[in-house]
Write a new protein. Sequence first.
Length: 194
Amino acid sequence: MDNSSKLALARPLELPGTTAIAQTAWILLFAGVTVLGARVEVPHQPVPYTLQTMAVLLAGAFLGPRNGAISQIAYLVAGVLGAPVFAGGAFGVGPMLGPSGGYLLAFPLAAFIVGFLVSRHVSLAWTVLSMGAGLLLVFVLGTLHLWAFTIHNVPAAINAGFLIFSWWDLLKLGAAAMTYHEVAKRWTRVPASR
């Protein structure tokens, strides 16, 4: 890998267009990808299996910390304002207070952390670790929220909010890391820092 390829991998991708309109379009696109991730749902109690976390990881990696976080804030705001964007077509404040609330509220912070960490090194292993850190944050905050508001039992909350998702989210983590890494190797433009 030559130095320009390493540099391209070491920073968030510069998606076409650097204007505010173009950046807004990319932010809204990744908010939409998160909506689509919520639509791929396997019903499970108390929290369903979805592809949302994969969308969060990709938003942070592709958009960088700031715009990745903004894309997830836009997703949450759309849901709170009444768009049926959450799993099962849910909307409003209710999902934030229910079993999925901690996961949802962690999305912007996770995207920020992934975007920040991915921009520091070039290897696939680092990409996996960076996305793993974001995913772990989602699960820690989701499990804490589940414990505090729904289950009220630490071992049961850890089992229902973290362990039950581990195999599914390891697959999503691997897919997100490979997707980002392969696209980043082929992208020719190097972005400005975000």
